[in-house]
Write a protein that binds this ligand. Sequence first.
Ligand SMILES: N=c1c2ncn([C@@H]3O[C@H](COP(=O)(O)OP(=O)(O)OP(=O)(O)O)[C@@H](O)[C@H]3O)c2ncn1[C@@H]1O[C@H](COP(=O)(O)O)[C@@H](O)[C@H]1O
Length: 105
Amino acid sequence: MTLEDLYDIIEARKTADPDSSWTAKLLSKGPEKCAEKFGEEAVEAIIEAVKNDKQGLTGEAADVLYHLLVMLASRDVPLGDVLDELARRQGQSGLTEKANRPSNT
Ligand SMILES: N=c1c2ncn([C@@H]3O[C@H](COP(=O)(O)OP(=O)(O)OP(=O)(O)O)[C@@H](O)[C@H]3O)c2ncn1[C@@H]1O[C@H](COP(=O)(O)O)[C@@H](O)[C@H]1O
């Protein structure tokens, strides 16, 4: 499953019965709660990274990505906009690399 697929599922949960889905329940609690959960999961991932627990970090990173998407959806920020921003930065850094490269290379 791609992040785009997961984002679409999360978007669809906005109109689902909160009793039918954990995602729908979290979204029904509002953007502030979604942001709080993202923060909690990020801290848990940091702890696993500091411990160098690769398996723990893998699981927590999945939680972080899922909760990032829920937080974005809760504020109606499309994942595509975030990916576009990353692509724009990649284009920018390419230009910077070229500008910094000596002209005879
Ligand atoms: N990827 C995830 C995912 N990752 C984490 N979680 C949930 O996030 C919660 C985070 O764990 P916590 O221990 O913090 O939760 P908790 O202690 O029960 O909650 P609090 O009491 O702290 O609020 C868990 O209950 C997980 O089930 C997820 N829930 C759903 N998904 C995916 O989201 C999609 C929609 O799922 P539904 O929520 O079932 O509609 C599906 O594709 C799922 O695979």
